[in-house]
Structure formats: C-alpha cells, structure tokens
Design a protein around this ligand. Structure first.
Ligand SMILES: NC(=O)c1ccc[n+]([C@@H]2O[C@H](COP(=O)([O-])OP(=O)(O)OC[C@H]3O[C@@H](n4cnc5c(N)ncnc54)[C@H](O)[C@@H]3O)[C@@H](O)[C@H]2O)c1
Length: 270
C-alpha cells in the first residue's frame, strides 16, 4: 500500500531511541523527510544518520521540547529548509522508572509537586508546545496530521503512576479538542495508547530486549496481562507501533480523527 508520504515533512519528538526511533525510520522508508528531535543531540544525529545510510532523508533536530522557545526555533528551522511540517508525532514522554529498574514506583501520596511537574512538563506541555508551533503552518497548507503517543495508563488509570496516568489522559482530551477545532483545516489529530513496550533503549529489567520469560520472572508475569502476548510469547516492540503511525500520517486515514487507538495486545478493549 503506497501511503503517499513522499515529499511530506515529518517531525518526531524523542526520536533518538526506542519507539520514536522506529517511527522515524518507518516514516522515512515511506518517503517522508524526517526531522528527528531529541533532547540529546547525539541520539538524534545517530538516528538521522541511520536513515540517511538507508537512502532516506533525515535531519537531527536537537531541542528540549519543554521549552517553547527551543521548539519554535526547531520548527522554524525545519520549515526554512524543507517547508512547513506536515506530520507531527508527539512521542517524547517519561517512562516511570519502575519499568527499567524493576522496582516499584511510589504511590501518589509519596510523591512531590516536583515529581509531577517533570512528568507534566514533558508529556503535556511538550506536546502543546509542538502543536502550537506546527499548527499555523498546517493551517496555511490546509492539511496536517498530528499523532501523539499516550499510554493505556491514561485510558484506564494505573496505580503507582497517578501523575503519569493523568498526564497521558490530558494528551487524549487535548487531542480530541484539537481534532474538533481543526477538522475545518483538514488536520487529523489522533492518539495511540501503548501498553508495555520492549526496546533497545531499555537496558535492564523485563522491558529490555535481552529479557526472556525464562530468565525474567516479571516478564513472564507481564506476558499474561496482554492477551496477544500469551500467543506471541513477547511484549510489544516499536515495529508493532510504527506502521500504525505511518498509516495515521497518511491520507489513507483521512477520515479518522479524534480517536485513541490501543496498541497494547488487547490489554484495554475500549
Ligand atoms: N516503553 C513503554 O513501555 C511505553 C509504554 C507506554 C507508553 N509509552 C510511551 O511511548 C513513548 C516513547 O517511549 P519510549 O519507551 O520509546 O521512551 P524512551 O524514554 O526510550 O525514549 C524517549 C526519548 O525522548 C527523549 N526526550 C526526553 N525528554 C525530552 C525532551 N524534553 N525533549 C526532547 N526529547 C526528549 C529521550 O532523550 C529519549 O531519547 C513515550 O511517550 C512513552 O510515555 C512507552
């Protein structure tokens, strides 16, 4: 299926590793010119270089998306070189540390305003800064796609992840409102909700790519939580997600907007 992304300009936040990296690679393989954003310039450059070595077009776009000035500079620089952004993927987000370290995150009553702020700054304000920076260009072009990566924690609520669940739920409400405001501009706004995802950026614990159900008791338990994981014998991987992002970024999904699509192996059937 040709998704028609050739010539489109895409910006992916947090594209330097994990889910974002794979999304960048997939969009580039579909012909988009990809701006790989990351807080860490060397990560962004590494992925941009990887894409170029595969024959795609990509540029590193280092910026801290919690800072609106840096976001505006990044989006303006991309527009000056390649034209206004057509596809924005809000991927950068904080994963509660429990996932990597295997320990338990604290209950809400044991956390502080500073803990909540970090999570909300990146997941909510980071997304808003990026949307605010790309929307005028999309309106002028009369078209655009915004896809944001949330978590099933935001649709269902997860104990010991109250601030994260709240922040991810905010992404959903915000995206639905934007979808209503910008339908007239032919801008589609959708959200993808993930369960646990294993990838190369996670170095230890059940989500690391080295973990197996035989060697990691927690992974064995987690596999029981996701209906399809019981059959596949594995957790979700970034390439289970990137195809849906590419589809939503295309006009094959022109009539889909304001939706949250779960890629979580049947964890939440809503
Ligand atoms: N991995 C999972 O199990 C899982 C589960 C549910 C949802 N998600 C969501 O999926 C998305 C991607 O997850 P991941 O596991 O690939 O994340 P990750 O932490 O492996 O990668 C995120 C990237 O974002 C970058 N980043 C962090 N702060 C930034 C900032 N201020 N500005 C720009 N870039 C910044 C990091 O440097 C990193 O390269 C996140 O939104 C996350 O909440 C992940």
């Amino acid at each position: 299926m040709d998704l028609g992304l050739k010539g489109k300009v895409a910006l992916v936040t947090g594209g330097g590793q994990g889910v974002g990296r794979r999304i960048c690679i997939e969009l580039a393989a579909e012909g988009a010119c990809v701006y790989v954003n990351d807080l860490f310039g060397e990560r962004a450059e590494g992925v941009a270089e990887e894409i170029r070595s595969m024959g795609g077009e990509a540029y590193a776009a280092a910026a801290d998306i919690t800072d609106p000035e840096q976001v505006k500079r990044m989006v303006d620089a991309a527009a000056a070189r390649s034209g206004a952004v057509d596809i924005l993927v809000n991927n950068a987000g904080i994963i509660p540390e429990r996932r990597e370290k295997g320990g338990l995150t604290p209950y809400f009553t044991e956390t502080t305003p500073n803990d909540w702020k970090k999570i909300i700054d990146l997941n909510v304000y980071g997304m808003m800064h990026c949307c605010s920076a790309v929307l005028p260009g999309m309106q002028k072009k009369k078209g655009g796609k915004i896809i944001s990566i949330m978590s099933e924690a935001g649709r269902l609520g997860e104990a010991r992840m109250a601030a994260y669940s709240g922040a991810k739920a905010a992404m959903l409400g915000f995206s639905k409102a934007l979808a209503r405001e910008h339908g007239r501009d032919r801008i589609n706004v959708n959200v993808i909700a993930l369960g646990a995802v294993s990838h190369e950026g996670i170095k230890s614990g059940p989500l690391s790519t080295a973990a197996t159900p035989e060697t990691d008791e927690r992974l064995a338990k987690m596999l029981g939580v996701y209906p399809i994981a019981r059959g596949l014998g594995r957790l979700c991987r970034p390439d289970d997600i990137s195809g849906m992002v590419a589809f939503l970024a295309s006009d094959r999904a022109a009539y889909i907007t304001g939706q949250s699509i779960g890629i979580s192996g049947g964890f939440a059937m809503i």
